[in-house]
Design a binder for this molecule. Structure first.
Ligand code: PEP
Ligand code: MN
Length: 260
């Protein structure tokens, strides 16, 4: 596996397991800085939070934009955590690049080849999410756009695909983990939140992904999920996340991996 260097302190290697957590969207200072401090206490070093949000309906909360990125920076200042946030559009890239430690390409942009080509010119690590209608081979092909200028600081994220099954929001494809490991050198981060769609399914999917050999998890956690402006049903409370973290840690002890 390639060594993905996130910053001077954090590198994801074979014997490590990366935990990323934070709210779906950045909403206000109290929310993001507050949850970051709680997550840092648990042991999380990478904070997620969307500032530019890909919402199915235009009348849904669209994110705070640059203001959200500034709030993420405040959370980084307060905790020392690295920041991951999504870029949706080439136009937004300069501002996202200015604030983010890791650039996230969302599921809906997994085959936005112009965006991938433009992001390939950046030096920062990139988390490439799988398009929910894409095969593993299509995901791998997309990663080749990202690496075309020599940046191999790439992580894949399996976040569920669309199948005939309707009882969960998406179907988490755990098989993608061994397949990606066989076919590529990039780590695989499982996002159990978006396929679950409701918070009670998040933990089993997270544990399954960890046991199946994922290199990390990205989990949505909100200080008060019932008040969340996006993905309210699937976000974990801090106590729920703390319990999940302990269980994931136990599996990683068996697998000989250290959590970072
Ligand atoms: C997210 O992680 O914020 C997100 C929007 O997920 P996805 O792109 O997988 O739908
Ligand atoms: Mn979300």
């Amino acid at each position: 596996m390639v060594n993905v260097k996130i910053n001077d302190e954090i590198s994801l290697t074979d014997d490590k397991f990366l935990m990323i957590a934070g709210p779906c969207s950045v909403e206000d200072e109290e929310q993001i800085v507050g949850v970051a401090k709680e997550l840092k206490k648990i042991g999380v070093n990478v904070l997620r939070g969307g500032a530019f949000k890909p919402r199915t309906c235009p009348d849904s909360f669209q994110g705070l934009g640059e203001e959200g990125l500034k709030l993420l920076s405040m959370a980084r200042e307060a905790t020392g955590m690295a920041i991951i946030t999504e870029v949706m559009d080439i136009e937004e890239l300069p501002v996202v690049e200015k604030y983010a430690d890791i650039i996230q390409i969302g599921s809906r942009n997994s085959q936005n080849f112009s965006l991938l080509k433009r992001v390939s010119r950046e030096k920062k690590p990139v988390l490439l999410k799988r398009g929910f209608g894409n095969t593993v081979d299509e995901l791998i092909a997309s990663s080749k756009y990202l690496s075309m200028n020599g940046n191999h600081n790439i992580m894949f994220s399996e976040r569920g695909i669309r199948t005939f099954e309707q009882s969960t929001r998406f179907t988490l494809d755990i098989s993608a983990i061994p397949v990606l490991h066989e076919k590529t050198d990039y780590p695989v981060i499982i996002d159990p939140s978006h396929p679950a769609g409701v918070n009670r399914y998040v933990e089993p999917l997270a544990l399954g992904g960890t046991a199946a050999g994922a290199d990390g998890l990205m989990i949505e956690v909100h200080p008060d999920p019932s008040k969340a402006l996006s993905d309210s049903a699937q976000q974990l409370t801090v106590p729920q996340f703390r319990e999940l973290y302990t269980k994931v840690q136990r599996i990683n002890t068996v697998l000989g991996k250290t959590m970072i």
